[in-house]
Design a protein. Structure first.
Length: 126
C-alpha cells in the first residue's frame, strides 16, 4: 500500500486526494504528528542552518516511510530542498502540487477587489 506523507501547511483538497489516488496510486495520506506539523509550519527565519531543526521530521520519515511511498513537500524553500534530497535517499518519491490561479474581480463600494482562487492541476515529481 503506497502512502503519501504530507510535508506542507495546508489540508489536501478532495481533488488532490483523488488525483493522488488515480495518478500516483496513493492509498493512505499521512499527516505529520501535531508537534512536527507545528515545526514544519513555523520554520524560524533567523536560524542559519536547518540541518538540526529538521532532524525530528527526518526521524519520523525514517521510521514510517518505505521505498515507493510519496512525500508531498511544500513550504520553506531551504527546508524543501533538504527534505527532497532526504526522502529520495530513502527511496521515497518527492512531489509537489501544481495549480492554476483564477483571478476574479468585483466592485464593492466603488472599489475593485481581486480574489485569487487556486485549483489543483497535477502532482509533479521533484
Amino acid at each position: 500500500m503506497k502512502k503519501m506523507f504530507l510535508l506542507f501547511s495546508h489540508t489536501l483538497t478532495q481533488a488532490q486526494k483523488e488525483d493522488a489516488k488515480r495518478s500516483l496510486g496513493a492509498e493512505e495520506f499521512v499527516s505529520l504528528p501535531e508537534d512536527l506539523q507545528k515545526l514544519w509550519s513555523n520554520i524560524p527565519p533567523h536560524i542559519e542552518s536547518l540541518q538540526e531543526y529538521l532532524e525530528p521530521v527526518k526521524e519520523f520519515l525514517k521510521q514510517n516511510a518505505k521505498e515507493g511511498d510519496y512525500a508531498l513537500i511544500q513550504g520553506d524553500f531551504g527546508a524543501c530542498c533538504q527534505m527532497v534530497g532526504f526522502v529520495k535517499s530513502l527511496g521515497v518519491k518527492a512531489v509537489y502540487a501544481t495549480t492554476t490561479r483564477n483571478v476574479r474581480e468585483r466592485v464593492v463600494n466603488g472599489k475593485v477587489e481581486k480574489f485569487s482562487v487556486f485549483e489543483h492541476v497535477i502532482f509533479r515529481e521533484y
